[in-house]
Design a binder for this molecule. Structure first.
Ligand SMILES: C[S@@+](CC[C@H](N)C(=O)[O-])C[C@H]1O[C@@H](n2cnc3c(N)ncnc32)[C@H](O)[C@@H]1O
Length: 230
């Protein structure tokens, strides 16, 4: 299979004014998290935040799968990156409250709000493009694949070359999905650049120099368990 990575675009509708032309910026993510009340928003009360997680059976099951994976690996401290609203991380914490959990993102207003909502976790600001790994027995990249170019991913994985990682993909695109995306880009709809979409071969090429990978499934999403090479 030929590795294919293509630009991903998204139609934010009326929120496009807030997000701008390019989503992959901390300011754009912050605007979605704290200035909208749609699917990307981060509620400002614990009750609403918990509800937004618990009313998603897909996330509940996915969190259960990630937690079971962490237990099987003997992970006592899990670090998660690009967590956004951290709904899946909240559900992972509920599965095993005694496991230490670090949650991080680069969007400052979202991180500040999350620190107030999620006192059970160690909430940090962290930039995947520059920062060294947070202390943890394993590292979770849950649906952050679209945010980085292939070059940025490879640089990140070199920084994490001695770490155990679970990559949970937003989407592994097939040809049909890739061509739909191209058609959307060519249409006249006012879309926002929203990172990158990949097929399976493109994903697997990202870690081929740094990690040995096993494909696993985290309930509804495809994932890879990465171990340092050799
Ligand atoms: C598609 S969202 C996924 C959020 C969450 N993991 C989930 O599954 O709902 C991507 C997240 O990655 C964060 N992000 C993007 N680039 C980042 C970077 N360079 N460093 C850290 N976080 C980043 C964004 O702020 C956003 O919250």
């Amino acid at each position: 299979m030929i590795p294919l990575t293509i630009r991903h675009v998204y139609d934010f509708g009326p929120d496009r004014e807030l997000v701008g032309d390019d989503l992959v910026r901390p300011e754009a993510w912050d605007a979605l998290r704290v200035r909208t009340d749609g699917p990307f928003s981060l509620p400002d009360t614990r009750e609403a935040w918990e509800r937004s997680a618990l009313e998603r059976p897909d996330l509940v099951e996915r969190a259960r799968a990630v937690s079971a994976w962490a237990d099987a690996q003997g992970v006592r401290r899990l670090a998660s990156y690009g967590v956004g609203g951290a709904t899946v991380e909240y559900l992972i914490w509920r599965e095993s409250p005694s496991r230490e959990l670090v949650v991080s993102d680069y969007a400052p207003a979202a991180v500040q709000r999350l620190a107030g909502l999620f006192p059970e976790a160690d909430v940090r600001r962290f930039d995947l493009l520059v920062d060294p790994p947070l202390p943890g027995d394993a590292h979770l990249f849950h649906r952050v694949d679209t945010e980085l170019t292939n070059r940025q991913w490879r640089a990140l994985l070199r920084r994490f070359a001695s770490e155990r990682i679970l990559v949970v993909a937003t989407e592994v695109a097939d040809m049909r999905r890739l061509s739909w995306e191209v058609r959307l880009r060519l249409s006249r709809r006012p879309t926002t650049r929203a990172g990158w979409l990949r097929n399976r071969a493109a994903f697997e090429r990202l870690w081929r120099d740094t990690h040995d990978a096993t494909a696993v499934r985290m309930h509804d999403l495809e994932a890879w368990d990465l171990r340092p090479r050799g």
